[in-house]
Ligand binder design. Structure first.
Ligand code: PLP
Length: 380
């Protein structure tokens, strides 16, 4: 047998993954196995996935365009609804041009593999998402990883005009933000390019929810490549890459996961367009989310667990050991609360954690129930 499919070792180490059988997710509720749970594991930070505006846009576009795009974008798939969404994204974020992808994972593959040749270097934060690191390893470029958010470590590793620095807006498993003014400064000084993956900042941070750059007083034009996803705060799925017209024209020609993949289904593009319009004026939802984050952090300070320095919707509680993390998640589940138990290799060894995510859909009472239950199960 050429392949060893045994998972025994992973199971023994508390690292085996099992797909949870969920019936459906409905706003702040998650239904599974005939029970209803409060959901603290989703990425629907603004509670938009069930917004009537998104549902109406989806069904209208299905009637107008059909269920699928039926072709890749360069062949016959790129329709009016796609261009309307691109236009709205440019207007919202101050970008010259954008292109759409069916997932953030494939967007990152397209960009990095299309740009990076063997003469280039990619400098990546050690905590960058798997899709960024994987694209880097698979590209012919030299991959250099720098200590998380450590600008002096990065500075020591940089070479002039040799490639691309990549970091995230909000780190997906830690909830902290990268120091973008420092990254912009280093890229300028050394003549390198800069890319942001703002999957978790978009919609949540900045004025009109423009994301981490705006929050930190920067513009989209301060980076060369602006990548964001539609599957988190926008409540749908898919992604975009934005930048100069020249960059997007280049990726239309050389971004393989764009060229050789069916275009976004029109109902999905319509839902994202409706979501962006909502997000731009969703200050009330962002305010409500900030209040829940503050409430959670205040209530959790007394617990014997490490709370990471995060001001965003992602509030991880570091347990450390894998099986202890699974036990804690199971105890919360028993009490009707669904959280994510995140283990290596998604996070560094010894830092297994509950990834608790808050949403504007949660009420004050929901967060209080989470806090009370955490106090209870940790004392038991
Ligand atoms: C979720 C995520 C992605 C992948 O996006 P999908 O659209 O879910 O494939 C990429 N980067 C980061 C930082 C993410 O959190």
């Amino acid at each position: 047998m050429p392949f060893n499919l045994s998972l025994a070792e992973r199971e023994h180490a508390g690292l085996k993954r099992v797909l949870p059988a969920i019936d459906r997710v409905d706003g702040r509720w998650l239904h599974a196995g005939g029970r209803q749970y409060l959901n603290f594991a989703g990425n629907d930070y603004l509670g938009l996935s069930r917004a009537p505006e998104l549902l109406a846009a989806t069904s209208q576009a299905a009637r107008d365009y059909g269920a699928g795009a039926v072709a890749s974008p360069l062949v016959a798939g790129h329709q009016t609804i796609h261009r309307q969404l691109e236009h709205e994204l440019c207007d919202w974020l101050g970008l010259e041009a954008v292109m759409l992808f069916s997932s953030g994972f494939s967007a990152n593959q397209a960009v990095i593999k299309a740009l990076a040749g063997k003469e280039h270097t990619l400098w990546q934060d050690k905590l960058n998402h798997a899709s960024l690191q994987e694209a880097g390893w698979l590209s012919p470029a030299r991959m250099v990883r720098f200590a998380h958010n450590d600008m002096s470590a990065l500075e020591k590793k940089l070479k002039p005009a040799a490639g691309l620095i990549i970091s995230e807006g909000v780190f997906s498993m830690d909830g902290d933000t990268a120091p973008w003014p420092g990254l912009v400064e280093l890229a300028r000084q050394t003549g390198n390019w800069l890319m942001i993956d703002d999957a978790h900042g978009l919609g949540v941070l900045g004025s009109e929810g423009r994301g981490t750059l705006d929050e930190q007083g920067l513009a989209a034009s301060d980076v060369n490549i602006f990548m964001g996803t539609f599957g988190k705060a926008l409540g749908v799925s898919g992604a975009f890459v934005g930048g100069s017209r020249a960059l997007i024209d280049y990726l239309h020609n050389l971004g393989r996961s764009y060229i050789y993949s069916t275009h976004l289904p029109p109902p999905q593009a319509a839902a994202v367009l409706a979501a962006v319009r909502l997000v731009r004026s969703a200050n009330d939802r962002r305010e409500h989310l900030r209040a829940r984050v503050a409430q959670f952090r205040e209530g959790v300070a007394a617990l014997p667990l490490q709370l990471l320095p995060s001001a965003t919707a992602i509030q991880p509680l570091v347990v450390g050991e894998e099986t202890a993390t699974l036990r804690l998640a199971a105890a919360l589940k028993e009490q009707g609360l669904w959280t994510g138990a995140i283990r290596p290799p998604t996070v560094p060894k010894g830092s297994a954690r509950l990834r608790i995510t808050l949403s504007a859909a949660h009420t004050r009472a929901d967060v209080q129930r989470l806090l009370d239950t955490l106090h209870c199960v940790l004392q038991a």
